[in-house]
Design a protein. Structure first.
Length: 169
């Protein structure tokens, strides 16, 4: 999150956004819609996979994490007013798709942390959503970095609170 936010504070870093955008657009130009669905995949897996947590607890954990993330994300979008790379709107920062993907992947990774391959795949999957957002020319690098960090932070916070105050009361 810090790296993504530094781009807003230091205009000198904007050249990195531009360089990454130029690379993405020149090598992967296109409009991929799969990211609209991929952002929920890890959350879906977190909810449907059998575990010690009850199914409704998993739904509540994801719903609360997602609602808080979306609230913070939408507030930041309106406060910062960053123009999207494609010039369509002033709501680029942070990436909501990427953050949503990282909310789900973080919950999945925390829940199945004993299985390192699940953790790795969850975060690779979420990172691919961020890559697709840049390939679609919808987000800058710092939007994706901040969205990913915010999604992880929010879901980790609620995971910790859930286990400390609800499960272990």
């Amino acid at each position: 999150m810090v790296i993504g936010a530094l781009f807003l504070v230091f205009p000198q870093l904007q050249f990195l956004n531009t360089e990454v955008r130029m690379y993405m657009v020149s090598h992967f130009a296109g409009h991929y819609t799969i990211d609209n669905y991929m952002q929920y995949f890890c959350a879906f897996m977190f909810i449907i996979c059998p575990s010690k947590l009850k199914w409704w607890e998993r739904i509540v954990l994801f719903a609360i994490s997602l609602l808080v993330f979306q609230g913070i994300s939408e507030s930041l979008k309106s406060i910062t007013g960053v123009l999207r790379p494609d010039g369509s709107k002033y709501n680029s920062f942070p990436s909501g798709h990427t953050g949503t993907a990282f909310v789900g992947s973080t919950l999945l990774a925390l829940h199945f942390r004993k299985y390192r391959w699940v953790v790795l795949l969850a975060f690779l999957f979420a990172a691919s959503v961020g890559m697709l957002r840049m390939m679609n020319n919808r987000h800058w690098l710092n939007d994706v970095l901040f969205g990913a960090g915010l999604g992880m932070f929010v879901s980790f916070t609620f995971w910790t609170m859930w286990h400390k105050y609800i499960i272990n009361r």
